[in-house]
Design a binder for this molecule. Structure first.
Ligand code: PLP
Length: 456
């Protein structure tokens, strides 16, 4: 018997095991099959037009119609579809991409290694941190500090760093070298009456206490997203990273910034590090690097780290790390073209122009009786739905309130993502004012619908 028939594929869609999905529920519901994309919209197999308010997974920054990126990939496939980058081998696409990315990087980050996903780049960062500390005679500095609600991916090391329960539950023992500290979310974690500055100072004190408890000689690095994305779009309080970095400096702990979502304009600067005043020793990027047209990620390092690992690789006969598809020519060619397009259309200027309208729309949703907090920066935001605005009491998770809103939005032709009790928004960076209007009208209507349902 046919269960979930795809008219386009002409098959029952039954054999694909879906990530981050309730697999039994999926057996019932089947997938939402997306057939094609155009501008900031995607279309399902029945032809229904959906505004992609999440840029897929915070990544389709240029939307879905960029023939230049397609042509760059096609040209590269005809010319040199594959070339490895181990052991002194290279090719023009990866060399040019490295050159361009380094020219855009925060000061001091002069070398870049490429991989295929954010998680791989995070894993590489963790390994390089150990490699570096081993080389300078501090092998004990193998622990990493991450934050609750931070998201860094789902390879073994990245899952361990991620501070979200679904990435830990049921998987058995992950790595034991990660310490999680408090999430900088004032709405949930600040004390009553605590100012942003006092909250930031308390978080920095807590970080220092954790470092002293574990022993500074055991801590190699601190990893953070400038603005937490998958944790529910958490914008840290002013001064937070300044204070955090003073503590890190005191104990020679490296600052690793995870720009997988925030990089390439999302927060209104080229890097989230600029928006949040971070001076990274290492920077991880992916997603927007190719506007999601190809899987590619990068890890940038400063010269101090480079010099140490270069000497060590000489001593040990080579840097024993790398992936078959690291620096893949097709992905590199598409990423290079993406960065060129960003320059030509002034992507940062574009975000700065539209972001005030977007953030005003988000803040206006804060007046809705279901919304406890409306927050965000640049073109990323979330609204947190609460059972009681005055006490900030959350809805019980099994009510799945944010998910209900997101389903009501699909019926209205808008794709957004429920994260716990929050609804996240991160539209393509090329979104226009009239498309934002469509998005906000739909969100308001969906909130009204779910609110009315909850009153019954
Ligand atoms: N880091 C951050 C901040 C992310 O948001 C993600 C993915 O969403 C990752 C790392 C992992 O990237 P990937 O899914 O490409 O492995």
């Amino acid at each position: 018997m046919t269960k979930h028939f795809s008219p386009l594929a002409q098959i029952d869609v039954a054999h694909h095991l879906h990530a981050h999905t309730d697999l039994r529920l999926h057996e019932e519901t089947g997938p939402l099959m997306i057939a094609r994309g155009e501008g900031v919209y995607v279309f399902d197999e029945q032809g229904k037009k959906l505004l992609e308010g999440m840029s897929g997974l915070w990544c389709a920054n240029l939307g879905f119609s960029q023939p230049r990126l397609a042509e760059a990939g096609y040209r590269q496939m005809l010319e040199l579809p594959y070339q490895q980058t181990f052991a002194h081998r290279s090719h023009t696409a990866v060399a040019k991409l490295a050159d361009k990315l380094v020219s855009k990087a925060p000061e001091g980050l002069g070398k870049v290694m490429f991989q295929s996903s954010g998680s791989e780049a995070v894993d590489t960062a963790i390994k390089l941190i150990s490699y570096y500390h081993n080389a300078i005679g501090q092998p004990g500095k193998h622990r990493i500090i991450a934050r609750h609600r931070g998201y860094h991916g789902t390879t073994l090391a990245a899952s361990t760093l991620t501070g979200l329960a679904p990435m830990h539950n049921g998987w058995g023992k992950l790595l034991d070298n990660v310490i999680h500290v408090r999430c900088p979310h004032a709405y949930r974690d600040a004390l009553p009456g605590e100012s942003d500055e006092a909250f930031a100072a308390r978080l920095a004190n807590e970080l220092e206490e954790e470092i002293l408890k574990a022993g500074p000689e055991t801590i190699g690095a601190f990893i953070a997203e400038p603005v937490m994305a998958a944790g529910g779009v958490v914008v840290p309080p002013a001064g937070y990273f300044d204070k955090v970095q003073s503590v890190l400096k005191k104990y020679q702990i490296l600052m690793v910034v995870d720009e997988v979502v925030c990089g390439f304009g999302r927060t209104g600067n080229y890097w989230g590090s600029q928006t949040m005043g971070i001076k990274p020793d290492m920077l991880i990027c992916a997603k927007g690097l190719s506007a999601a047209f190809q899987p590619i990620s990068g890890i940038l390092i400063n010269d101090q780290i480079y010099q140490v690992i270069a000497d060590q690789s000489r001593k040990l006969g080579g840097l024993g790390h790398g992936y078959t598809y690291g620096g893949h020519p097709v992905a590199a060619a598409v990423a290079l073209e993406t960065l060129t397009v960003y320059d030509e259309i002034d992507i940062v200027g574009k975000v700065r122009e539209i972001a005030p309208l977007f953030q005003a729309g988000v803040r206006a949703l804060g007046d809705h009786p279901l919304v406890g907090e409306a927050r965000g920066v640049g073109l990323m935001a979330a609204i947190e739905l609460v059972a009681d605005k005055a006490t900030r009491a959350p809805f019980s998770a099994d009510l799945k309130v944010a998910e209900r809103v997101s389903k009501a939005l699909v019926r209205r032709g808008v794709l957004l993502r429920a994260i716990g009790n929050s609804l996240a928004m991160a539209p393509p960076l090329i979104i226009e004012a009239d498309q934002l209007e469509i998005l906000f009208v739909a969100v308001k209507e969906a909130l009204d619908e779910v609110y009315a349902g909850l009153q019954q």
